[in-house]
Design a protein around this ligand. Structure first.
Ligand SMILES: *Cc1c(COP(=O)(O)O)cnc(C)c1O
Length: 239
C-alpha cells in the first residue's frame, strides 16, 4: 500500500472503532449508523483510495471543488452527498452528481432543485438542514432553517417533482442555547425528526455529528455521521 493509503486505512479504522463503540454504548446495532466521509479540500485521488478501502458515501460542501472531483470519480460505486450552503445558480451542476442534498433550507432552493431534477429525470434525496442557533423563524448563520420552518419546507419538498424527502440534518451550533451542548442539540434534532415522521414517515434520515462529536450524535440517535478531518487529516484552510 502507498503511504497515503496506509494513513487513510488507519484513520478509517479508528473512526470505525469509534462508531462501533458509540453504537454499543447506546445499545444500537452498528448498521443503524452510516458513515459519510467528507472529502472537501482533498483530491480525487483520496476519494479513489477511500472507495478502495470500502467507503461508499462521500460528502462535499462547495460545488467548485466537488464537480470536477465527482467527474473524476464517476466510475466508482459512491453515493455523493452535498452538505454546503447552496446558491440556486449552482443547482444545475450539483444535481449532475449529487445523490443527496442535505442542506435544503429555503423554498427557492426547493423549486430550483425540483426543476433541475425533473428536467434531467433524476430523483434527488433531500434533507432539510435545521439551524438550532436561529430564532424560531429565521435562518442560521451557516445555513439551515429554524425548527419552526421545517414543516412547511418538508411539505414543499415532498410535493416537488424529482425530489424525495429523506430527513433532517444539522451542524452543532457554535452560538445560542446549544453552544457547547452537542448531545442536547442532536437530541433536539431527533425530536424534530420524530415530529416530522408523523406526516412524512419515510423521512428517516438524521444526519448529525462530525469528527469531534460523532459519539454524541450516535448516542442521540443519528442515522448518518459526516466525518472529514478524522479520516483525511486536518484541513489546511477552513473549508
Ligand atoms: C466539513 C463538514 C463536516 C465534517 O467536519 P469534520 O470536522 O472535518 O469532521 C461535516 N458536515 C459539514 C456540513 C461540513 O461542512
Amino acid at each position: 500500500m502507498t503511504d497515503r493509503k496506509d494513513e487513510l486505512a488507519a484513520n478509517l479504522a479508528k473512526v470505525e472503532r469509534r462508531i462501533a463503540d458509540a453504537c454499543a454504548a447506546a445499545g444500537r446495532a452498528r448498521d443503524e449508523v452510516t458513515l459519510i466521509v467528507v472529502t472537501k479540500t482533498y483530491p480525487a485521488s483520496d476519494v479513489r483510495i477511500l472507495a478502495e478501502l470500502g467507503v461508499r458515501h462521500v460528502a462535499e460542501n462547495r460545488d467548485q471543488d466537488a464537480a470536477p472531483k465527482a467527474a473524476a470519480c464517476s466510475d466508482l460505486p459512491l453515493t455523493w452527498h452535498f452538505v454546503g450552503q447552496l446558491q440556486t445558480n449552482k443547482v444545475r451542476s450539483v444535481v449532475g452528481y449529487a445523490d443527496f442534498v442535505q442542506s435544503v433550507d429555503r423554498s427557492k432552493l426547493v423549486t430550483a432543485l425540483s426543476k433541475e431534477a425533473a428536467r434531467t429525470g433524476r430523483e434527488l434525496g433531500c434533507l432539510i438542514q435545521v439551524a438550532l442557533d436561529a430564532g424560531e423563524s429565521a435562518r442560521g448563520e451557516r445555513g439551515g432553517v429554524a425548527p419552526g420552518g421545517i414543516g412547511e419546507l418538508a411539505d414543499l419538498v415532498a410535493a416537488a417533482p424529482g425530489l424525495r424527502l429523506d430527513g433532517l440534518m444539522t451542524v452543532a451550533p457554535l452560538t445560542g442555547e446549544y453552544a457547547g451542548r452537542e448531545r442536547a442539540a442532536f437530541e433536539r434534532l431527533v425530536v424534530l425528526s420524530t415530529d416530522l415522521r408523523r406526516s412524512h414517515p419515510a423521512a428517516t434520515m438524521v444526519s448529525a455529528g462530525m469528527s469531534t462529536d460523532l459519539e454524541q450524535a450516535v448516542a442521540a440517535g443519528a442515522t448518518h455521521v459526516r466525518v472529514g478531518s478524522a479520516v483525511l487529516g486536518v484541513r489546511p484552510r477552513l473549508g
